[in-house]
Design a protein around this ligand. Structure first.
Ligand code: GLY
Length: 562
């Protein structure tokens, strides 16, 4: 009889026990998530849900945290849009977009010859729209908040007091903008301090502003010390916002845009964002082509998408603006027959020239920087929020005593028909400047239902590229069956009618592929222009498995609730 080798026996027993235990431990189930541009903000949102808050409570805390640790786009001094779906299927949207100050007028950025004065709508006080963010958050709290308001503001106050860590991307970004910060705010300005990656930034002025917001709610921003400082700073830098403008600001609950794409039911932001209508138009134009029969990012798939985008962005230029000022023929723009007709000139053999495409004729009835986060709570409430200062650090005007940058959202108006804005977008009368009007946006916070169930929460920054990045992410998941992280990370391209170019993410598409598209008449631009979005998304499978996608193009991070 062989003698037992005692150490070997023990080893085998140990291996068996480990194997047995590990097979018993199930992977932890994700019950909710926050996916945002910064880990700190995502963590703060999840902590609020762990305290018993809903996705709406988490939204408020996440948004304010982004103001602190993502100052290029996170804001209390810009505006944005919320699209939500509650656990029991109620859907809605809140518009807290900035407005033109009361003293605004159509030609305010033109010289005496009628030419657009460069940078006037992008840099300095005159580019600032009346901020909507704080009013928006307070409104959301009024309708949906379950935790106390000050409890939701406190984590951002703590973050501003204790500091946030500078990332490599942020170090580069501060360095790039330093000259502009100094030109507008002087050499002593807070964000011209040469912050390096790994530094801890403590922003006491912002902590104090947030404390006022925690204590007084909307009045903490739109009245008193903060209002005085904001109006003073805008005036010092050539702007026209008054106390009266601040007092007059109110957000608006609006019906979201709703359309069907195959078995998907999509809710997204309506005007004053162009996002929802354009996304709907593009998807409805694509639908008859059964794009899933072509693999993702093949010549045929890209042709269909680009040609649909070309036609939709042309319509955008003529028909879209603030619905409180103009009549927008929403139903006609999303009408299937109209959209089929729009695509009738599409030919797989040759690119359509943008010069040959005008905004469509429809039955007219009288009638860089931005940030997005997606939140899902354990009950199933879903929140998609895109918020913005417009350009990176907005107008670059820093309210030193308040600790924050002001937006330059006025550039989203059409300063002059036919003259492109900073995203190259052309606009017309519908988006002309008027006192108290909201400027047209491309922000597209979106919620997707499949077979009546919540299936995706998605959105992105990226100016004019927002719509096309959201589109590609939805197609990647539902047509190409990618998991959500792969869908978010996948190479992207963008087209917007004018200029007549298709922008491809550099080095992510093969040269032979680009050459083939060029042969068909597409003008291709591969150089780095503006970011092609930073998509933050949550996917809920038909069997309720929750997965997240945080865009690797930025410092974006998904934090899960277990
Ligand atoms: N400022 C970018 C947008 O609203 O689309």
């Amino acid at each position: 009889m062989m003698k037992q080798n005692t150490p070997l026996l023990f080893k085998n027993i140990l291996i068996f026990i480990i194997f047995f235990l590990s097979s018993c431990v199930k992977e932890k189930e994700i019950k909710g998530a926050v996916v945002s541009a910064r880990e700190e903000a995502s963590k703060i949102g999840v902590a609020i849900m762990q305290k018993g808050g809903t996705a709406f409570d988490a939204m408020i805390a996440t948004d304010l945290a982004l103001t602190v640790c993502y100052p290029n786009a996170g804001n209390i001094s810009g505006g944005g849009f919320l699209v939500y779906r509650t656990f029991d299927g109620e859907v809605g949207s809140l518009d807290f977009r900035e407005k033109a100050p009361m003293a605004s007028y159509p030609d305010m950025y033109l010289d005496e010859l009628g030419n657009v004065i460069p940078k006037m709508s992008t840099l300095g006080g005159l580019s600032v729209g009346v901020p909507g963010t704080v009013a928006g958050l307070v409104e959301i709290h009024k309708r949906f908040g379950t935790l106390e308001w000050d409890e939701l503001v406190q984590p951002a106050i703590d973050l501003a007091r204790n500091g946030y860590i500078v990332t490599d991307n942020q170090e580069k970004s501060f360095k790039n903008k330093k000259e502009e910060f100094i030109a507008l705010n002087g050499v002593e300005t807070f964000y011209a301090q040469n912050f390096k990656s790994g530094d801890n930034i403590i922003n006491l002025a912002l902590a104090e502003t947030l404390e006022r917001i925690a204590k007084f709610g909307k009045a903490g921003f739109y009245k008193g010390v903060n209002a005085d400082e904001l109006v003073k700073r805008v005036k010092e830098t050539g702007g026209i916002i008054t106390h009266e403008d601040l007092l007059a600001y109110d957000p608006v609950w609006r019906e979201p845009i709703n359309f069907q794409y195959k078995d998907l039911n999509i809710y997204t932001m309506g005007p004053p964002s162009s996002g929802g209508i354009c996304l709907g138009q593009i998807m409805k134009m694509i639908e008859p082509y059964e794009i899933g029969q072509y693999s993702q990012n093949t010549i045929e798939a890209i042709q269909i998408i680009v040609e649909a985008e070309r036609r939709s962005y042309a319509d955008r230029s003529l028909y879209l603006g603030d619905p409180d000022f103009i009549n927008i023929p929403e139903d006609s723009l999303l009408n299937e027959n109209y959209l089929k007709k729009r695509m009738s000139s599409f030919d797989f053999n040759e690119a359509t020239k943008s010069s040959e495409i005008s905004p469509g004729t429809i039955v007219w009835e009288e009638s860089e920087e931005t940030t997005h986060y997606s939140i899902l709570d354990a009950q199933g409430n879903a929140v998609a929020v895109t918020t913005t200062l417009n350009g990176s650090y907005g107008s670059k005007v820093f309210v030193e005593k308040g600790g924050y940058f002001l937006n330059n959202e006025m550039d989203d108006f059409s300063s002059k028909p036919g003259v492109p804005n900073m995203f190259g977008l052309i606009g017309g009368k519908a988006n002309a400047i008027a006192a108290q009007k909201r400027m047209l946006s491309a922000m597209t916070p979106t919620i997707v239902e499949r077979n009546g169930k919540l299936a995706m929460i998605v959105g992105t920054p990226g100016g004019s590229t927002i719509i096309t990045s959201v589109l590609q992410t939805i197609l990647n998941v539902f047509e190409y069956e990618m998991d959500i992280q792969t869908a978010v990370s996948a190479p992207r391209f963008h087209h917007q009618w004018l200029p007549d170019v298709v922008v491809f993410e550099p080095s992510r598409f093969q040269k032979s592929f680009i050459d083939s598209l060029q042969e068909k008449g597409f003008n291709i631009k591969e150089e780095y222009t503006r970011i092609i979005g930073r998509v933050d998304a949550i996917h809920i499978s038909s069997s309720n498995i929750i997965t997240t996608g945080a865009d690797p193009r930025g410092d974006d991070k998904a934090v899960h609730l277990y």
